[in-house]
Design a binder for this molecule. Structure first.
Ligand code: DAH
Length: 334
């Protein structure tokens, strides 16, 4: 059955009418897209009508073809106009929904603050950074080598007794001190070295007012040509005076650490009382050898301090556990 050109034209006009009225009635972008597909898509009515044109005489083909184009353009224009309209409406609705009333009362969020332990560590770091030191970090899970062996503490060494810790199934351990950072840093760098290494350390200690199984240390290491014990004394004097904010006296008591020789405990006289502050000494030649430094060329000093101890002395805190309990009545005082 053939279809007459006039019939085709009527069909096209009907499609145009129908489509335009549907487009006008549409109120969502999704619906509009459905209409576009059903009228202008590959399987659309318009395409099917045009498919029937093949059998027309050439002059009819031209006329109907031209009219089909007019219809197509009208539909495209209608769709485009509606799309712009709907998009504008959508933006307008969104703007209205998101309107902020700037006169409403604000949401109150309590102001946090730095934990006294962290502020103490930060102060110490600031002082040493001011003296030209670089902040270094190691690992909390360590190998026996970095925590003990390379620090001149072989497996049968009695000094290990005082640093019993948590051993992991794979033979690694939770570091007992930040001294392990010395080794890691020296292995990766060449002298001159000036580092400060704060961090968490672990001991198999029974918790009481001055002990915790997890606590924090601050390690200092300087290695260079010609470093002597006077450099250590001068550095610590400078540091403690800055930390306490006033002239203080220092006292060195002979001590023993496997990784320093000679070793000392350092005390600070503050407000008339001697306070134990930490351990220090000249880096043992065996430690320098362990990282491949020539102890005939380089010397160095090291020191290790307890961060909790600093915080407790500076803020007159009577029990180390207050630093971990997260009791706001305590924390709000800082
Ligand atoms: N690592 C020692 C400890 O945890 C403290 C210490 C002593 C560190 C002397 C040092 C040092 O660097 O030279 O008890």
């Amino acid at each position: 059955m053939t279809i007459s050109p006039d019939e085709l034209e009527t069909q096209l006009a009907a499609i145009k009418e129908e489509a335009l009225s549907k487009i006008t009635a549409t109120d969502t972008l999704e619906q509009l897209e459905q209409l576009r597909i059903s009228y202008l898509g590959k399987k659309a009515q318009l395409s099917q009508v045009l498919g029937g044109m093949g059998k027309l005489a050439p002059e009819d083909k031209r006329r109907i073809g031209a009219f089909a184009n007019v219809v197509k353009e009208a539909l495209q224009e209608g769709l485009e106009k509606k799309r712009t309209e709907l998009q504008a409406a959508q933006i307008q609705a969104q703007l209205e929904a998101e309107t902020l009333d700037v006169t409403m009362p604000g949401v109150y969020r309590p102001q946090g603050r730095i934990h006294p332990l962290n502020s103490t560590i930060d102060r110490v770091l600031d002082i040493f950074v001011g003296l030209g030191y670089t902040v270094a970090a190691g690992l909390e899970m360590e190998t026996d080598y970095y925590n003990f062996e390379a620090l001149n503490t072989p497996p049968d060494h009695p000094a290990r007794d005082m640093q019993d810790t948590f051993y992991l199934p794979d033979g690694n351990l939770l570091r007992t001190h930040t001294s392990s950072v010395q080794i890691r840093y020296m292995e990766a760098n060449e002298p001159p070295i000036r580092i400060i290494a704060p961090g968490r350390v672990y001991r198999r200690d029974t918790v009481d007012a001055t002990h915790s199984a997890v606590f924090h240390q601050i390690e200092i290491l300087a290695v260079d040509e010609g470093i002597t014990f006077t450099d250590l004394k001068g550095t610590l004097k400078e540091f403690f005076q800055d930390l306490f904010g006033e002239e203080i006296e220092l006292r060195f008591r002979a001590s023993y650490f496997p990784f320093t020789e000679p070793s000392a405990e350092v005390d600070v006289k503050w407000r008339g009382k001697w306070l134990e502050m930490g351990g220090c000494g000249m880096v043992d030649p065996n430690v320098l050898k362990a990282v491949g430094y020539d102890p005939e060329i380089y010397t160095g000093f090291a020191a290790g301090f307890g961060a909790e101890r600093f915080a407790m002395v500076l803020h007159q805190i009577d029990d180390i556990r207050r630093l971990y309990n997260s009791d706001l009545r305590f924390l709000r005082q800082f």
